[in-house]
Design a protein around this ligand. Structure first.
Ligand SMILES: *Cc1c(COP(=O)(O)O)cnc(C)c1O
Length: 495
C-alpha cells in the first residue's frame, strides 16, 4: 500500500464539480448530434475512455459488485450523494450508466427540455417502478383510496400487474379506458384520487393508439403525469416525451435489444414533470429519484452485462427499425391478399382504421436528414397480427406448420417470431378480458424479423396453404425438460 496524503473532503467535492461540468459539456455536445450519432456514442466520450477506461473504445462491462474509496472522506461524500459515485451495483454501475444516458438522450431527441433514465431488470420492473412511485399514501390523508386510469389494450403482463398485483392485492383501483379514442371516456374516469394516467402506444398485440398530445393535456389539466409504454415503437419511431408525456417505460428486451440477448427495461422521464402527488425531488428528476431511493431499496436493477449487450444493439436502432418496418409492410400486404386470412392488423396498411392517427405519430426519426428519403417518412414497426379463417383450430394448424418463423412468446427480434396470444401472452387474463382487449382465439401475433421478406412470405404461404388443405400439421416435438413431463411443469405457455 502506498501512503496517501491526508485528504480534505473539498478535494473530492472540487473533483466532482469538474466532472459534473465535463458531463454537462458532453451532454450539450451530443444534443447537437443526430439520432444515429447519439445511438452510437451516447455520453461515452474520448475523455471518458482515457480518464476512466484505459482508452477502451467500447464501453467496458463493470461486473464488480461495488466501488472502493480512497479514504473515509471520499466514502462519506459518495454515500451522501455529494459526489458522483456508483458505490454498489444495486444502486448504480458505470456500464448501466452508459446505457441509461444513451436512452435518456434518444427518448429526449427533439425535446427542448432535459430527460434522464433509470434502467431496470425488465420491462415489467420499469412499469412497476414508474407507477408505484405515485401509489404511496397521501401524507395529509393517509387512508384515502387511490386509483389510476389506463388503456385496457396493454401487454398481458401489464394487465396482470395492474389488475391483480395492484387492484386485487393492494386495493388500488385500476380504471380501464375501453375506447382510447374517446377523450370523454378518459376524462370521466379521472377524479380527485387519481394518481396517474397510463397508456400503451402502439399496444401489443392489438396496435391500439390514442391521441397522445390530447391525453397529455388532459392529464396535466388535473395535475397528473402521463406514463406511456412505447416498447413497440421504440424512440426510432415515437418519442412520447416530445408529444407531452412525462414518463416513458420501455421493455428494452424487445426491439431495442433485437439480438435477444436478455431481459431489460428502462424508465425515461422528463425533468420537472407534472404530478400533484409526491415530493419536489421526485418531480425535479424522476429517474434519478427512482434510482437512488425506491429502486435502491426494492432492488430491481439490471445486470451490467445486459446493459452493454442492449447498448450494443441500440447503436443501429434507426436503420434496423427502418428495415424491419419495411419487411413487415411487405408481409402484411401479402397476408391481406391471402384468401385464408380473415383480417390483418398492421398500422402501415391503408385499410387499418387507425392508419391516419398512426401516421401522425409514427415517423422514422431523421428521415428528413437521410439522403435516401429527404423528407419525413412514416414507418410502422415490425409487429402485426392476423386472424386466420376457420377459428382457433385453423390458426393453430397454420401456426404448427411454420418452419422458419419461430413459435415463441417474444417480439422485437431480428428473427421472425410468432405466437397465438389467447394461449400464451394473454392466456391468464381470461376470456372476458381478452374480449375487452379484442384478442380473439384465431389471432396470430407476428413480429417480422430481418430475414429477406420473400422468405418470410414463403413460410407463411406454405403454412396457410397447408392448413387450408387440411393436411395434418407436424406439431413441435413433445415437450419435456430433463425428463419431467409437461404435466409436472404445469402450464406449457408462459405469460
Ligand atoms: C414485453 C413487454 C413488456 C414487458 O417487458 P419485459 O422486458 O418482458 O418484462 C411491457 N410492455 C410491452 C409493450 C411489452 O411488449
Amino acid at each position: 500500500m502506498t501512503d496517501r496524503p491526508a485528504s480534505r473532503p473539498d478535494i473530492y467535492l472540487e473533483a466532482a464539480k469538474r466532472s459534473a461540468a465535463q458531463r454537462e459539456r458532453t451532454i450539450a455536445a451530443m444534443r447537437k448530434c443526430r439520432f444515429d450519432t447519439i445511438a452510437v456514442h451516447g455520453l461515452y466520450s474520448l475523455d471518458e475512455a482515457l480518464d476512466f477506461n484505459q482508452g477502451s473504445i467500447i464501453e467496458p462491462v463493470y461486473m464488480s459488485s461495488s466501488q472502493a474509496y480512497r479514504d473515509s472522506d471520499e466514502m462519506e461524500a459518495a454515500l451522501s450523494y455529494k459526489i458522483p459515485t456508483w458505490c454498489y451495483s444495486r444502486i448504480a454501475n458505470p456500464s448501466i450508466y452508459y446505457l441509461e444516458s444513451t436512452l435518456a438522450l434518444l427518448e429526449g431527441y427533439g425535446f427542448p427540455g432535459e430527460t434522464s433514465a433509470c434502467a431496470t431488470s425488465s420491462g415489467m420492473a420499469a412499469i412497476q417502478s414508474a407507477t408505484d412511485a405515485f401509489l404511496t399514501p397521501d401524507p395529509k390523508h393517509p387512508g384515502r383510496p387511490m386509483n389510476f386510469v389506463a388503456t385496457c389494450q396493454v401487454y398481458g403482463g401489464t394487465f396482470q400487474q395492474f389488475s391483480v398485483r395492484k387492484a386485487v392485492e393492494r386495493g388500488i383501483e385500476c380504471r380501464w379506458v375501453l375506447n382510447s379514442g374517446d377523450l370523454d371516456e378518459w376524462a370521466s374516469k379521472i377524479d380527485g384520487n387519481t394518481r396517474f394516467v397510463y397508456g400503451e402506444m402502439p399496444s401489443n398485440p392489438g396496435l391500439a393508439i390514442f391521441d397522445l398530445t390530447k391525453i397529455a393535456d388532459l392529464a396535466h389539466s388535473h395535475g397528473l403525469p402521463l406514463i406511456v409504454d412505447s416498447t413497440v415503437a421504440t424512440p426510432a419511431l415515437l418519442r412520447p416525451i416530445c408529444h407531452g408525456a412525462d414518463i416513458v417505460v420501455q421493455s428494452v428486451t424487445k426491439t431495442l435489444t433485437s439480438s435477444g440477448f436478455g431481459i431489460a427495461g428502462a424508465v425515461v422521464a422528463r425533468k420537472d414533470l407534472t404530478s400533484r402527488h409526491g415530493t419536489d425531488a421526485m418531480r425535479a428528476d424522476f429517474a434519478a429519484y427512482l434510482k437512488v431511493l425506491p429502486n435502491r431499496d426494492l432492488g430491481q436493477n439490471l445486470s451490467p452485462m445486459s446493459a452493454i449487450l442492449s447498448l450494443s444493439d441500440i447503436r443501429t436502432l434507426r436503420s434496423k427499425v427502418d428495415m424491419l418496418s419495411e419487411n413487415a409492410r411487405q408481409v402484411a400486404e401479402f397476408l391481406e391478399s391471402h384468401p385464408a386470412v380473415e383480417k390483418v392488423d398492421y398500422l402501415g396498411l391503408a385499410s387499418h382504421p387507425r392508419h391516419a392517427l398512426a401516421s401522425r405519430y409514427l415517423v422514422l426519426v431523421d428521415s428528413e436528414h437521410d439522403a435516401r428519403y429527404g423528407r419525413p417518412v412514416n414507418r410502422y414497426g415490425h409487429l402485426l397480427s392476423f386472424r386466420v379463417k376457420g377459428g382457433h383450430a385453423a390458426a393453430r394448424a397454420m401456426f404448427d406448420r411454420l418452419q422458419r418463423i419461430w413459435r415463441a412468446t417474444d417480439l422485437g427480434r431480428i428473427k421472425s417470431v410468432a405466437t397465438i396470444p389467447s394461449i400464451s401472452t394473454h392466456q391468464q387474463q381470461g376470456e372476458d378480458a381478452r374480449r375487452m382487449a379484442d384478442i380473439p382465439p384465431n389471432m396470430v401475433r407476428l413480429c417480422v424479423g430481418g430475414e429477406h421478406p420473400q422468405d418470410t412470405i414463403a413460410d407463411l404461404a406454405q403454412a396457410l396453404d397447408g392448413a387450408t388443405k387440411g393436411a395434418v400439421a407436424q406439431g413441435p416435438a413433445a415437450f419435456s425438460v430433463g425428463g419431467a413431463s409437461s404435466a409436472l411443469l404445469g402450464k406449457r405457455s408462459q405469460p
